[in-house]
Design a protein around this ligand. Structure first.
Ligand code: NAG
Length: 330
């Protein structure tokens, strides 16, 4: 290879790296990608057409839903959470097909479970496949920033064999489809949702702290919508419309070694709950769990009862957790 070709090919690979990493995807306006779901005027589209305020007050929460059904893709929104006292307030950005498949729905979730002033925020991720609501696969993380202070980007990558959750382009969790996991891996077309609602019953410390409407309205702000997936015709579920330009395929590529290292170092610092290590819920971890001894140690020091398999069990508390069909409380 002569030097010109060498330089060109180097430039190309640098460009591919940069463009893959920054995920420069087309941003949709609200009207291009989404529709009102509930809450009337508690959903406000701003003048720019690209940002939306969802609020919760004494009357109602609010939410929006994607116009299209998707099978796989990369989906993202920038979100700024309500500030100060938000106990009991849940803000969720998720995919689901619960409307179509009541008994065997799929779901991929980001959930913010409310906060008490002065405490660190937590974000929860979870998936369900084909109605596997008896097996919760929750993981919760602390964040390295205050998500109510500014917009941050939350993204879901969903392919045939992998789901990755990202915060500001940092992969925080990867779920690989394993053979034994089978139908528990989300595999039917889903729509995207963003909602804010009153979850006083369970969201913050197992319902100990209720929504306090003295601080209402609670406003969550959404912007920078990326809906980069294969759309599915709801009438003919087999018809796929996918963007297959080479650049877009790289979005669906596996994590690079550097991204993986970053994810592992994020998890070492911020993982606070993982179903894989919860000895009170699962005597033996579900089959897809790869037990990492450092993560196990870290969680055990964080919560010796849940993750240590201590004999001192709070059965009543965890009984309540099991009955939550959508998510566990904490
Ligand atoms: C998903 O659930 C439905 C209803 O419970 C069942 O009929 C179907 O076989 C399941 N799909 C798979 C792939 O197991």
């Amino acid at each position: 290879m002569d030097s010109l070709h060498l330089i060109l090919s180097l430039l190309c690979s640098v460009f591919a790296l940069v463009s893959g990493y920054s995920r420069t995807l087309q941003i949709s306006s609200f009207d291009e990608g989404y529709s009102h779901l509930f809450g009337g005027n508690n959903l406000q589209v701003l003048k720019d057409g690209k940002s939306v305020h969802l609020s919760l007050d004494e009357r109602t929460g609010s939410g929006f839903v994607s116009q299209d059904l998707y099978l796989h893709g990369f989906f993202s929104a920038s979100i700024k959470l309500p500030a100060d006292y938000t106990a009991g307030v849940v803000v969720a950005f998720y995919m689901s097909n619960g409307d179509t498949y009541e008994k065997n729905h799929d779901e991929i979730d980001f959930e913010f479970l409310g906060n008490i002033r002065g405490k660190e925020w937590r974000i929860q991720t979870n998936i369900y496949g084909n109605g596997s609501t008896n097996v919760g696969r929750e993981e919760r993380f602390g964040l390295w920033f205050d998500p109510s202070y500014d917009y941050h980007q939350y993204s879901i990558l969903w392919t045939d064999d992998r789901i990755i959750f990202y915060v500001d382009n940092v992969a925080i969790r990867e779920i690989k489809r394993t053979e034994s996991m089978g139908k528990d891996f989300p595999s039917k077309p889903m729509t995207l949702y963003a909602t804010i609602w009153d979850a006083s019953e369970w969201a913050t410390n197992g319902g100990k702290y209720k929504v306090n409407y003295k601080y209402a309205p609670y406003i969550a702000e959404f912007s920078d919508f990326v809906l980069h997936g294969c759309t599915v015709d709801p009438m003919e579920l087999s018809t796929l419309k996918c963007d297959t330009t080479p650049n877009s395929n790289s979005i669906l590529a596996d994590l690079t070694p550097a991204e993986r290292i970053k994810m592992e170092s994020f998890r070492k610092k911020h993982l606070q709950y993982s179903y894989c290590y919860d000895k009170m819920r699962y005597k033996t971890p579900p089959s897809e769990c790869l037990v990492d001894h450092e993560e196990a140690k870290q969680l055990k020091s964080f919560d010796p009862i849940t993750f240590g398999g201590s004999r001192c069990r709070h059965r009543s508390h965890h009984g309540r957790m099991h009955r939550q069909s959508r998510s566990v409380s904490f």
